[in-house]
Design a protein around this ligand. Sequence first.
Ligand code: ZN
Length: 86
Amino acid sequence: MSVKEITTYHTYQNGRPVLNGLNDPALGVIDRRATCATCKNTYTGSGGGQNDCPGHFGHLQVSNIYTYLYLFDKVYINLSINVLFL
Ligand SMILES: [Zn+2]
């Protein structure tokens, strides 16, 4: 599902997207003059046009495991329901 690993937090350098950064061209385009590096489509701004790039997922590796306790009960309930009905 992921098309690119994000390894740097930089977005632009000298007006161009940084490769492996948060605005890598492989993740999709929002500039009408640019072409997506993954699907070779462009962005027309029409909102679902035939040749619009839908955007693509990237991923990053975190060095530590983080637990977000606020969502723990919601994740637990969701998993319980899904496991129960599988
Ligand atoms: Zn694309």
